[in-house]
Each structure stands twice: as C-alpha cells, then as structure tokens.
Design a protein around this ligand. Structure first.
Ligand code: ADP
Ligand code: MG
Length: 340
C-alpha cells in the first residue's frame, strides 16, 4: 500500500493565486468530509501540488480521527490490484479494501482512460462510498470530459461535487515556497538568491525544489555559503534548457516594447530619452539572460549597436535590479511572460 508522505500536510502547503481555490476546497473537505464537495476533483499540470493537497486531506482527517480508514492510491495501483485480484480470485478482498474506506484518494485518475473494466469496477466503488457519505477525492491532469473514453456515468458523477483547477504559481508564490523549503532544511538563503532561483523555474514546483537542491549541493561541494553568484553557476545548465526552447530576440523586443508601451522601432533605435533607454537596456539584458546570443549578435539585433553598449546595458540593469524596485519587478514580470 502507498502510505501518505509525511511532508504533504496543509502546514507545508503555501497558498497563492494558482492554488488557493483548490486549497480552500481541500480544507473544507478535510474539516467536514462527505458533505460539501463530494467528490472533490482537483486537476492541473505536473508538479503543481495535486498529490500534496490530496494527501493533506488524509493527514488532517487522521489527525482528527486516528481510526479513520484513509486509502490513498495511484490510479495505476488500482488498475494493477484489480487485474491481480481477477487472476488470483481475490476480488472480494479487493472490493473490501476500497469500499470500506472513510476517505478514498485516487491520484492521477486520467490513467483510467480507455479502460472499460476498470471504470466499471470504480463506478461501483464510487457508488458504495458515495451512498455511505464517504469522501472521495480524485486528481487528474485534465478535466473528466477530456479523459479519453471515460464512461458517461463517471463523467457525470465526477461533476456532482466540485472540480477545481490548480494553475502554475506566480513568482511571489514560487519565492514563498522556496523560502519555506529553505527554512525547513535549515538553509540560509538571502532574498535576492530566492528571487533568482524562483525566476529560473516557471511552472513545475518539483523542478523548483530541485533547483534549490542543486544550489545547495553546489554550496556543499565548494564549501561556500549560498549566494546569488553560486546559484547562477549551479543553475547554468537549467538555463541552457530554457535557452534551447528557442526564444527569439525579436520576441523579447516585442514583449518589452508592449510592456513599456513603446515600439520595437524605438527599442532598436537611437533615442536617448529615459522612457526608451530603460526598456532598451532591459530588452538587451533579457536577451543576454534568456537566449544564447553573443554580445555582438545582440548588438546587431538592436539596430547595429556595438557589443560594449550591450555589455554596459547588461551590467547596468544587473546592478539596478538590486537597488531599484521598479526595475526589479519589471524584469521579473517580463521574465515570467517570456518564459511562459
Ligand atoms: P502534482 O501531484 O501536481 O504533480 P505534487 O503534489 O507531487 O504535484 O507536488 C510536487 C512537489 O512540489 C512536492 O514536493 C510538493 O510538496 C511541492 N509543492 C507543490 N505545491 C506546493 C505548495 N503550494 N507549497 C509547498 N510545496 C508544494
Ligand atoms: Mg501527483
């Protein structure tokens, strides 16, 4: 049996824009299972906290009632158990296991796609639990209606309760998650390093945590404290992955121009007024950070400027990010838009 991961509690779950509806629903369900949202269906992309949130419901229920029967399964496990139970003629035992749960957590239910026999079996499990007012929670990477060949009756039952989406965390939430993680690992990480690491991974929170682990490992190897320089070198290959996604300088110019309500022509031009110089320098800085173009190549793309002009712009913005909060947040916002 899959046991609950002890770290996947509500206490360890940071709420933000992308997940607060789901978190609120999960807490409501944990407080009063089988009443409000039954079933609770949480869906969204990989590494966004679906499993964490689902297991948090289990932890909370067990904290309130240690005798509660909480059953957590990956949907593949349900599939395999079912197949084995037929082979071994232990179907009674199989049914007993699932149909006597107080809380049934089925993770990644999209794997029931196109499996008619499994769906039939799960339908009866669902009916039994639902009629006994037992809570059912499911996760999936997509809505029930988007799961290939999911039977009509399951699609309709999955909509009886609440279907709630988790969307990718914004930068602020990513920073908060990293801060919490650093705290719990006893790591001393300053704000600008947290900000930097958080800006390097845009969606998947597992990868975000992985990035921090990388930085930590690098610090251990080099017997150094964690700082932004070390984080940069530790995450260099991560950045290469992002660079290879093929972001174009022209795209950066366009997004930056839009953001500052100016034009690409001005970004590439020679005007020296502040309202244009700052966006131009930010666009150069981002071209350096987010593509693998050389300084001369960037200069060329900015209306044929010298590589020293580009270098100057990059240095200047890198310095201003530390002192000027407006520039810092503009660069963060733009980075997020471009990395999406
Ligand atoms: P999913 O099931 O959606 O693929 P997980 O629940 O496995 O994602 O989450 C991936 C990792 O990110 C886990 O280590 C989890 O603890 C962590 N995580 C996800 N969301 C949050 C959050 N809001 N706060 C703290 N940690 C989170
Ligand atoms: Mg999961």
């Amino acid at each position: 049996d899959l046991r609950l991961n002890e770290k996947y509690t509500f206490d360890n779950f940071i709420q933000g824009e992308g997940n607060k509806l789901a978190a609120g629903a999960a807490m409501a369900v944990a407080d009063d299972p089988g009443t409000f949202y039954n079933p609770l269906f949480i869906f969204g992309g990989v590494g966004l906290g679906k499993t964490h949130l689902m297991q948090a419901i289990g932890h909370q229920m067990l904290a309130e009632n240690p005798d509660a029967k909480v059953v957590y399964i990956q949907s593949e496990t349900f599939v395999n158990d079912f197949i084995n139970s037929i082979k071994n003629k232990t179907q009674e035992k199989f049914r007993e296991k699932y149909r006597t749960a107080d809380l049934l957590l089925v993770d990644d239910i999209q794997f029931f796609a196109k499996k008619e026999g499994i769906q039939e079996e799960f339908f009866h499990t669902f009916e039994t639990l639902y009629n006994d007012k037992k809570q059912i929670v499911m996760t999936s990477d997509r809505l029930p209606t988007e799961i290939p060949d999911l039977s009509e009756r399951l699609v309709s039952r999955f909509a009886w309760g609440l279907q709630v989406e988790i969307t990718p965390p914004d930068l602020e939430t990513r920073i908060a998650i990293l801060r919490k993680k650093a705290e719990s690992e006893g790591l001393d990480v300053d704000e600008s390093t947290l900000d930097y690491v958080a800006s390097q991974v845009d969606t998947n929170i597992r990868e975000l945590e992985g990035a921090l682990v990388k930085v930590q490992a690098q610090a251990t190897i080099q017997k150094q404290d964690i700082n932004i320089g070390l984080a940069r070198s530790a995450l260099a290959d991560l950045k290469l992955v992002q660079k290879s996604r093929g972001l174009q300088i022209s795209k950066i110019q366009e997004v930056v121009a839009n953001y500052f309500q100016t034009t690409v022509a001005d970004i590439k031009g020679k005007k020296r007024v502040r309202q244009i110089v700052i966006p131009r320098q930010i666009a150069m800085y981002l071209s350096r950070e987010l593509t693998d173009a050389s300084l001369p190549k960037i200069g060329q793309e900015f209306g044929g400027k010298d590589h020293t002009t580009v270098m100057h712009a990059c240095d200047k913005i890198a310095r201003q990010i530390k002192t000027d909060t407006e520039i810092k947040s503009a660069v963060s916002d733009l980075r997020q838009m471009l990395e999406r």
